[in-house]
Write a protein that binds this ligand. Structure first.
Ligand SMILES: *Cc1c(COP(=O)(O)O)cnc(C)c1O
Length: 431
């Protein structure tokens, strides 16, 4: 792990790219698929990973690398890579160390897209997952591990369940079994929580959410803490600790050490073969978002707290989940891991069930109905009538999305206007 040498605000604005004399102030968009060399020998050194440089943008591109370096600095990691989406980041983070016949422990309240990736698509690849509740007992957590377990996966703040992960507890359990903890830090962002400081080994992001923050580019990122000692568990991770015959016989953990092995392998193997690379243009847009991430996160949290406090006083609301609220089931974890605020997303129930919630949604004027979250513009979703509409009432409850649930992602507008919008939408139910 890298110690912070400057404030997170400074890293947001200036991290990842330092122009030389007379060079562009803003990160240049290197919109080039390929790079020119004078001799085949020069290029050969790149292929052998003996020299640093670029040859083809499917594997690496300077614009994308500058932005990855910024996110790496924000998280306090030793290496990072951008991916074309958060889904690609989640997939690579696990597939880089687990393959057919292996097993992974995952927390059950993770994002639905990740749950599907793990339980359906990666299961088809022969990787088995055991899901445990975020508040499972120590015995249940312990019992989830198998001799072939290769990683533990969780989300700092689960989307949309808003459960807070006890990162230290899950990291300790993972380390007792000689495997890394991977944490999806999308909702908290490194501004509100840096999982490496609590023992996580790998962090992933959907940069599509707060990091971009303006709904402009889908993207993802993987960051390595450099803390996990692959060689100490060499038998579990042969992909990192034995020669890669598909890549010039390199042994990643030997050549690049704990600081660089994971990301180098993910780039050289997975990006080479799957090609889930972002465009330099998208990386540039992501960087514009990152420059104000620290300012925006504070405001998202302030707005969400104001809205949550209002909802508590309105008797047309049956329940609220926002970990920052006193009395929330995860409030103590929130105080520990997210002392400056969690995120801008709240979920709540509208009295009157499905019909009242649908009517409420129709009446909103400022808050737009979107499947998106974590954006400058307030957006909301009624899962029972949209993303989860194929489920019946019992299935909805089992999935943690009862039919009265509204997911409300507070943007950067005036909190008074957001509250007024909610109030008038509640006033208008069934009228
Ligand atoms: C959206 C999201 C993802 C998937 O990211 P995409 O960029 O949409 O592929 C993964 N994890 C979390 C927590 C998310 O919110």
């Amino acid at each position: 792990m890298q110690q912070r040498t400057r404030g997170i605000e400074t890293s947001c604005v200036q991290g990842g790219y330092t122009p030389g004399n007379g060079e562009p102030r803003q990160i240049p968009i290197i919109q080039s698929t390929t790079f020119k060399y004078n001799t085949g020998e020069d290029m050969g050194k790149l292929f052998d990973l003996e020299a640093n440089g670029y040859f083809y943008s499917r594997l690496q591109n300077p614009t994308c690398d500058s932005v990855a370096a910024k996110i790496c600095e924000l998280e306090g990691g030793t290496a990072a890579m951008l991916t074309s989406s958060g889904q690609a980041a989640s997939f690579f983070s696990v597939f880089n160390i687990a393959s057919q016949g292996d097993h992974v422990v995952a927390e059950s309240s993770i994002y639905g897209g990740t749950f599907n990736l793990f339980s359906v698509t990666m299961k088809r690849m022969g990787i088995d997952f055991t899901f445990v509740a975020p508040d499972c007992s120590d015995e249940e957590l312990e019992a989830a591990f198998k001799p072939n377990t290769k990683a533990v996966f969780g989300e700092t703040i689960a989307n949309p369940a808003l459960r807070v992960l006890d990162i230290e507890r899950f990291a300790n359990a993972a380390h007792r079994h000689g495997v890394p903890l991977i944490v999806d830090n999308t909702f908290a962002t490194p501004v509100n929580c840096r999982p490496f400081e609590w023992g996580a080994d790998i962090v992933t992001h959907s940069t599509t959410k707060y990091m971009d923050g303006h709904g402009s580019a889908v993207g993802g990122c993987i960051v390595d803490s450099g803390n996990f000692d692959w060689m100490a568990h060499a038998d579990k991770f042969p992909g990192l600790t034995t020669p890669d015959e598909s890549y010039h016989g390199i042994t990643y953990a030997e050549r690049f050490g704990n600081a660089g092995a994971f990301i180098t392998k993910a780039t050289a193997q997975l990006m080479r073969d799957f090609g889930s690379t972002p465009s330099p243009q998208s990386a540039y847009l992501l960087n514009l978002g990152l420059e104000s991430l620290h300012v925006r996160m504070k405001r998202h949290c302030e707005n969400a707290m104001a809205v949550a406090k209002y909802l508590q006083t309105d008797d047309r609301i049956s329940w609220i989940i926002y970990p920052d609220l006193e009395g929330d089931q995860d409030h103590e974890l929130c105080k520990k891991y997210l002392p400056n605020g969690s995120c801008g997303v709240i979920s709540f129930g509208v009295k009157g069930g499905r019909q009242a919630a649908e009517s409420f949604m129709r009446n909103l004027k400022l808050a737009a109905i979107e499947t998106h979250v974590a954006d400058a513009r307030t957006c909301c979703l009624h899962p029972a009538s949209t993303t989860h509409r194929q489920m019946n009432e019992e299935e909805l409850i089992a999935a943690g999305v009862p039919s009265d649930l509204v997911r409300f992602s507070c943007g950067l507008e005036s909190s008074e206007d957001l509250i007024a919008d909610i109030r008038q939408a509640l006033d208008g139910i069934n009228s």
